[in-house]
Structures are given as C-alpha cells and as structure tokens.
Design a protein around this ligand. Structure first.
Ligand SMILES: *[C@@H]1O[C@H](CO)[C@@H](O)[C@H](O)[C@H]1NC(C)=O
Ligand SMILES: *[C@@H]1O[C@H](CO)[C@@H](O)[C@H](O)[C@H]1NC(C)=O
Ligand SMILES: *[C@@H]1O[C@H](CO)[C@@H](O)[C@H](O)[C@H]1NC(C)=O
Ligand SMILES: *[C@@H]1O[C@H](CO)[C@@H](O)[C@H](O)[C@H]1NC(C)=O
Ligand SMILES: *[C@@H]1O[C@H](CO)[C@@H](O)[C@H](O)[C@H]1NC(C)=O
Ligand SMILES: *[C@@H]1O[C@H](CO)[C@@H](O)[C@H](O)[C@H]1NC(C)=O
Length: 578
C-alpha cells in the first residue's frame, strides 16, 4: 500500500472555524483600526462598562470638571454629543468620573479623544483615593478627527479612582467621547486568551481517507505527531555554551530560536579600536546552525552612551562617524543572510548617543544602511518598558509609533521590513497585562511584527507565576510573532531568572517555560476514520507526520504535512493505493 503523494489534494470543504462570537472576545482583539483618526467617534466599547453616561447623550451628567478646567457639552455638525474641557492651566485640568476598582480585576479602558488644535499626547490617568496617579494609556490626539485612546490596568488594590485626562499643552482643549472602562475577572481574561490562542495559533484540519477505488476507508487508525512548531518561542544564549555540553544539550533539546546576550555587541567584537574579533559570535552562530537554531542579531548599535566600547566615548563626532560606518558595515555584512532579525539601534527611545553626536537622523540612517547590507532580514527597534511600565515617559506606544514613522519616512526606508521589539524586562510586581494588551493592540495595528525579545521577571516571590501571565498574554495576541526569554541555566550566569539550577534541574521559571513549550504544541493524537473515511484534529501551526494503519492489511503508511495560518480552511484528501 502506498500513497500517491500528489493526490493529497485540497477540497474547500466544511472546516470553517467558528469561535463563538461572544462580543467581548471579539472587541478585545479587534485592534486593526486602533490608530485610525476618524471624522466621528465609534460607539463606546462594551457599552461603556462602568462609565456613567459614556457617550455624553445626557450632556455632561455624571462628569465633573477636574482641577482648574471648566467643562461643557458640545455637539458635532452630525449631531453627535461629546465633552470639552476648556480654560485649562495645568496638564491634568480635564473632566473626571469616579469608579470603584477591585483588587485582582483587569480593566480595559478606551476613549475617543480630540484636541482643539494641532496635536498632542493625551493620557488617561487614574487618581487613587490616596492621591497616587496611575498612567492607564496614551494617544496622539489630533484636531479635526477622533483618535482612540486604548489603555488598561490590572488593579492590585481596591479603591475608588478618579478617571481623568492629561495633556501637557494646557493651551488646548481636550475633547472626549465614548469612554469605556470594562472590568474582567482573571478567569474571564484567561478564557479570552485561550479563545484567541485557538483562533490565532491553531487550525481545525479535516482529513478524508479513500481507497484506490475511491471508496471511503473506514476504520483506519491514524496517528498524528507534531515535528516542529511554527511559533518562535526561544531563549537567550551566552558564550558559556561553547564550553559546556550540558548547556548545549539543555538548549538544543528545547529551543529553535535565540538571541546572543552580548556577544555580537560592538563592545564585544571591537574592544580595542581597529582590532575586530568575531571568534566567539562566529562559534556561537556555528553551534546554532548545526542545531537548526535561528538567531536574532543583537545588536548593531546601542544608543546608550554608557554602552559603547570605552574607546568610542573619546572620539570626536567626525571620528565617531567613521568608526560607526566601519562597525555597521563589518557586523552586518559578516552575518548578512544568516540571521532572522537585527536589532539595529537598541533603545533609541530612551537614549540618543548617536543622535547627539551625529545628528537627529542618525538612527534612521543606520536602519537604511543595515537594510541595504542585509535586505532580507527584518530590522527591529528594541526597547524596554513599552509593555512593562505604563509610567515610563520615553517608550510608550505613542513615542514608539512616532519613531517607527520617523524611520520609515526617511529617504530610502519606505519599503523596509521593520519589526517592533519589546524587551519585556518586568519587575517583581504584578505585571499589568491589561495595559500590556492595549500597547500590543496599538502597535499591532501598524501591521508590523511584534516580538518580545528579552523577557524576564525580576527576583520575587511570584516570579514564575508572573512570567506565565506575561507569556500567555503575549502568545494570545495575534500581533505577537515571536518571544525570546532572556535567561538560561544558572551555571551560565543567568542570575535574575535562571531556568535551571547548577545541576540543570528546572527552576519554577524553567517549569513554566517547559510547560508552555509543551502546551503550545499538539500532543500526539490518534483517531479512527468514520464511515465516510473522515477524521478531524485541531492542530497548532507547524510541521506534522501522520501515520495510518490500513483496517484490513494493517500496513503502515506515513506522510508529512504542514498546518499554517494562511492556507485556506480545507480538508486534506488522502487516497491510498492498495
Ligand atoms: C501595585 O503595583 C505597583 C507596580 O505596578 C507597585 O508600585 C505598587 O506598590 C503595588 N501596590 C500594591 C498595593 O501592591
Ligand atoms: C474498494 O476497495 C476496498 C479495499 O481497499 C474494498 O474493501 C471495497 O469493497 C472496494 N469497493 C468497491 C466498490 O470495489
Ligand atoms: C579573539 O578572541 C578569542 C576568544 O576570546 C581569543 O582566543 C583570541 O586570542 C582573540 N584573537 C585575537 C587576535 O586577539
Ligand atoms: C533628517 O532627514 C530629513 C529627511 O527625512 C531631512 O529633511 C532633515 O533635514 C534631516 N535632518 C538633519 C538634521 O539632517
Ligand atoms: C505575590 O502574590 C501574593 C498572593 O497573590 C500577594 O499577596 C503578594 O503581594 C505578591 N507579591 C508581589 C511582590 O507581587
Ligand atoms: C516524519 O516523517 C518523515 C517521512 O515522512 C521521516 O523522514 C521523519 O523521520 C519523521 N519524523 C519523525 C520525528 O517521526
């Protein structure tokens, strides 16, 4: 019995995935229009949730002026009502409404915002009863159209909070409409993640087995095994791997994706000016190639003045320009075509060493050159605190989007494939995954791939639990195309969040990683074909082997197949030749 391979044909039948459209789930992940500026605002998400009079249909009822602002109701030409804060003198002067937050609940926040002229960043701020101000989301609001401010908060306290809005430019009015604050329990949040994982990372695949004479093959026993996962979930790696076979085995048995922690950085490859040495990075790359591990290039430059080779700090701007040109040429050409990504200018939202020394366009120019030298590799920005910390003023979603626009609008950069790198260095506190989701929504709507590039959680009593929450939130989000956890075995010097102890036994964080690696892969499945020769599995995207046992002859046959997101829904038709 053999299989005619090219008769595995595609029938556009049946298997349409229906992930029961409870509206809540749908709008949580409906982020495609997040950054569009609209002539009229949309309706409030979730009917406004906890917000009273969310669409201002009853004027300003339920809302009060905050600070020294005055508020009024306004009506658009089309008859839509909204609220206006005017006569402002301080950034927080706006309108507000009090709501009760409960510890342990997750809150999705949204509002449609406009300013009375030009444009400015408008933030949603939650003021607790003891006066603490919590950032809950930001938007670059414009005059003339409505922008969606998306945000969120995972409450680690129970308190009445006052929701208000901030714009640094007190000269302009803040306008708002369709304000929404929707609470979720942890269980509801988790069930939305699971639904999204089913939808984004898996496919139902239906098979039909027939005999050579085209009759259905009933009672064949079929088993399916996943050989490879399509989702990149990898781990950092350092040079200790070159000297430890235990580390090598530990790594290669788990991961197919990596980033070298420091070994490609400028301060590692050119410690002394003019003396380049790629011995270690080359050897690590060779290990990866031998083991089928894909590598993210990290990094060409780091915009932090403290992270330059010591000799670089002493250069004049002209000398720096020359040394930087040599560096980008050297490292990018050396590894061109061998990497899956480049972090081109690391942390250029927080730092500006190259901008200060070489001019405002330094980063954009480096992206242009790197892309020219290695045109098929995705060029990433790579930042910390974009998803980790709502209070960070530098790397929030608004500034990140501006930087992307700045790089892509630079002459020569328009068609470049750019990627969004989010380091994901979380503190030991409860991660704010509600805020994290809002940032993934906002930046995901650019259509660019998002990777979490350096995930770890600081030392603390709930480290492994928080790691799991973060990884689930990332994996569930359709815009996230890869995750690298920045850790490894303790013996290699990973101190913050080791995944294995000195004897290569899993730490609790290591257990989380192994659990999720297993959970995000289809387990071995077995089925027996029905009367019509059908069977069906729900499978994670990736590569599979299928073995079937003929009901009469008991002969075994194997085929390989692939499950991807982008192929149409289908039934695989397998015809067996007796
Ligand atoms: C809540 O989390 C924040 C950090 O996100 C932390 O600063 C604060 O201390 C925490 N509050 C409580 C009551 O645990
Ligand atoms: C088709 O072939 C199968 C064996 O593979 C046999 O059991 C069945 O009777 C055949 N049907 C017809 C209509 O010939
Ligand atoms: C390059 O680096 C390797 C590894 O650190 C070292 O063994 C070697 O001596 C260096 N080569 C030169 C020319 O310095
Ligand atoms: C930066 O590049 C832009 C083109 O995108 C150009 O208009 C501008 O003059 C450049 N600025 C500097 C400081 O070179
Ligand atoms: C760890 O979790 C416990 C139980 O949920 C909680 O009481 C404690 O505040 C958490 N600690 C940190 C640092 O988040
Ligand atoms: C999958 O099947 C192919 C042939 O179809 C075979 O070469 C390969 O070894 C199988 N892989 C596993 C892990 O069974």
């Amino acid at each position: 019995m053999t299989i005619i391979a090219d008769q595995i044909c595609i029938l556009m039948l049946f298997c349409i995935l229906l992930y029961s459209g409870n509206g809540i789930c749908a709008s949580l992940y409906d982020y495609s229009a997040t950054t569009k500026c609209l002539a009229e605002p949309r309706r409030a998400h979730y009917g406004g949730g906890l917000i009273v009079n969310p669409e201002f249909n009853r004027g300003t009822e339920g809302w009060t002026a905050f600070g020294q602002a005055a508020i009024r109701e306004a009506t658009s030409k089309e008859g839509n009502k909204y609220i206006v804060a005017h006569s402002r003198t301080n950034p927080l002067d706006s309108f507000s409404q009090k709501v009760q937050l409960e510890k342990g609940k997750l809150y999705s926040f949204s509002a449609w915002i406009q300013v009375s002229r030009g444009s400015d960043t408008v933030a949603a701020v939650f003021k607790t009863s003891d006066g603490k101000l919590i950032d809950a989301g930001k938007v670059l609001a414009k005059h003339g159209c409505w922008s969606l401010l998306k945000g969120g908060l995972a409450a680690n306290f129970t308190s009445l909070v006052e929701i208000l809005f901030e714009s640094k430019n007190a000269e302009m009015e803040i306008w708002a409409d369709s304000v929404s604050l929707q609470p979720f329990t942890k269980e509801q949040w988790r069930s939305h993640q699971d639904k999204s994982i089913n939808k984004e990372r898996k496919r139902k695949v239906r098979f039909q087995l027939t005999s050579a004479n085209k009759t259905a093959l009933e009672g064949a026993v079929v088993s399916v095994t996943q050989i490879k996962s399509d989702f990149p979930f990898g781990c950092g790696m350092n040079n200790y791997i070159l000297t430890s076979t235990e580390y090598q085995n530990w790594f290669a048995s788990r991961f197919k994706y990596t980033t070298f922690t420091n070994q490609m950085k400028w301060y590692s490859t050119e410690k002394i000016q003019g003396e380049e040495n790629y011995t270690i990075a080359d050897a690590m790359l060779q290990f990866c190639e031998k083991n089928g591990i894909s590598v993210r290039g990290h990094n060409i430059f780091w915009d932090n003045s403290k992270q330059q080779p010591s000799w670089v700090k002493k250069l004049s701007p002209e000398e720096l320009r020359e040394a930087a040109a040599k560096r980008i040429n050297s490292v990018t050409s050396r590894y061109a075509g061998k990497l899956i990504a480049w972090d081109v200018v690391n942390e250029n939202l927080h730092f500006r060493f190259f901008e200060d020394n070489l001019g405002e366009n330094a980063s954009a120019e480096f992206y242009r050159i790197a892309h020219q030298l290695d045109p098929n590799t995705i060029m990433f920005l790579n930042e910390y605190n974009t998803i980790e910390l709502a209070a960070d003023k530098e790397s929030n979603a608004v500034n990140y989007k501006k930087k992307i626009d700045e790089i892509l609008s630079y002459p020569g950069n328009a068609g470049m494939s750019l990627g969004i790198g989010m380091q994901g260095h979380f503190s030991s506190d409860q991660p704010d995954i509600a805020y994290m989701r809002s940032v993934l929504d906002i930046l995901g709507s650019t259509g660019l791939p998002i990777w979490l590039t350096e995930v770890d959680v600081d030392i603390g009593p709930n480290q492994s639990q928080y790691l799991e929450e973060i990884l689930r939130e990332a994996y569930a989000h359709p815009a996230v195309k890869g995750i690298i956890s920045f850790s490894g075995p303790a013996i290699a010097g990973f101190k913050v969040m080791p995944l294995a102890d000195k004897d290569f036994k899993n730490t609790p964080a290591g257990d989380v990683v192994d659990k999720l690696l297993a959970e995000w892969k289809s387990r071995a499945l077995e089925a027996t074909t029905d009367m019509k020769g059908f069977f069906e599995f729900s499978l994670f995207h990736g590569d599979y082997n299928l073995t079937l046992k003929h009901p009469v002859t008991h002969a075994l046959t194997s085929i390989s197949f692939k499950v991807t997101k982008h192929r149409p829904q289908r039934t695989m038709h397998v015809q067996i030749v007796d």
